[in-house]
Design a protein around this ligand. Structure first.
Ligand SMILES: Cc1cc2nc3c(=O)[nH]c(=O)nc-3n(C[C@H](O)[C@H](O)[C@H](O)COP(=O)(O)O)c2cc1C
Length: 339
């Protein structure tokens, strides 16, 4: 166990007593201060592989929503992560839902969030990420996630994605992004998930692909009414030209845990360990249809390095963590590399 992991273990009981959002900010700040002294996971000395026509040094990365402000913290790669998906960004800045909007379920190693795309808006977020891309070490990849603005009517949703993508297309720096995720699966923006359905997703992806400078990766939810409904949506996204799939976002199936009384009406999306089985199931369903034609990124319930390995063994090209990183601690990606 690294010194950093021991430090995290010692601080965790305290951190878990304060508001989760504040704990996230505090930990990020502390990591920024500490990691310059951390021995590099030396990803660049590892064998690389190509995905999205880019070089990756590790299959494990950080899921969207962790770096909403697009600072793409350099400590991510120092900890051994191969990529980070920053965002999701919407065209205009958004405050998100009122707090509290993030809750921990420690006994379940799970989180419940209804953030509602709090983000600095595309222009500011991209400016931040652009600065990071200019100095990025070649040993980790950056990706960007886009979402729909809360106020944008559903029928104009495509305009939001196309607006951001068009600006990216006009900027030579976007070449350094590995992929661009089109997030249509957050449960916290009203009606967003309607965009996942058959015809809607095909039309949206076609419009996005037409202007995108980089592969368009669609992020789906794990809450389809039936396997057939998911298959139809997935096939439609592929027909529209999707260059990859992230499966999956958080789930609205709160029956996977027994919620404490004070959180029964909280709403939002559930992530972490209880999502693992569903996420595995959706991954397998996805791989049967994509058949290796486009990269598949597994997200949801990757609660341990061994679980990350299991997703790769199932056939995932990349694996993302969010909740698991918070519960497990900073050694997550290093321990995965060692497996
Ligand atoms: C606090 C929080 C914020 C999130 N924000 C986003 C987001 O902005 N965009 C997105 O595509 N997914 C977002 N997600 C979903 C994660 O990227 C991930 O898909 C989900 O949490 C399942 O993975 P996990 O079980 O490893 O946490 C968020 C998750 C959490 C917990």
């Amino acid at each position: 166990m690294s010194a950093l992991q021991s430090l995290y273990r010692a601080a965790k009981p305290l951190l878990f007593r304060i508001d989760p959002e504040r704990a996230h900010t505090l930990t990020s700040l502390a990591m920024r201060g500490i990691t310059p002294f951390v021995k590099d996971a030396a990803l660049s000395r590892r064998e690389s592989f190509e995905l999205f026509d880019r070089k990756f040094y590790s299959r494990i990365g950080i899921a969207a929503g962790f770096d909403k402000f697009c600072h793409a913290p350099g400590y991510i790669h120092k900890l051994g992560f191969g990529f980070i998906e920053s965002g999701s960004l919407t065209p205009k800045p958004q405050r998100g839902n009122p707090k509290p909007r993030l809750a921990r379920l420690p006994e379940n190693e799970a989180l419940l969030n209804k953030m509602g795309f709090n983000n600095p808006g595309f222009l500011r977020g991209w400016k931040n990420l652009r600065a990071r891309l200019a100095e990025t070490q070649p040993s980790y990849q950056l990706a960007l996630s886009l979402g729909k603005g809360k106020e944008t009517p559903l029928e104009n949703a495509a305009d939001d994605y196309v607006y951001c993508l068009s600006l990216l297309k006009g900027d030579i720096m976007s070449e350094y992004l590995s992929y661009i995720a089109v997030n249509v699966s957050s449960p916290n923006t009203p009606n967003l998930r309607a965009l996942q359905k058959g015809k809607a997703i095909r039309a949206l992806v076609e419009k996005c692909v037409a202007v995108s400078p980089r592969p368009v990766v669609v992020k789906f939810a794990p809450d389809f009414d039936s396997p057939k409904a998911y298959k139809e949506s997935l096939e439609a996204a592929l027909q529209g030209g999707a260059g990859g799939i992230v499966i999956s976002n958080t789930t609205t199936n709160h029956a996977l845990v027994s919620l404490p009384v004070q959180l029964r009406d909280f709403g939002g999306g559930l992530s972490g360990k209880p999502l693992a089985e569903t996420a595995r199931h959706y991954l397998e369903a996805t791989l049967k249809i994509t058949k290796g034609k486009v990269p598949v990124i597994s997200s949801g319930g990757v609660f341990s390095p061994a679980e990350a390995r299991r997703r790769i063994d199932l056939g995932a090209d990349l694996v993302q963590v969010y909740s698991g990183f918070i519960f497990y601690g900073p050694d997550f990606a290093r321990d995965f590399i060692r497996l």
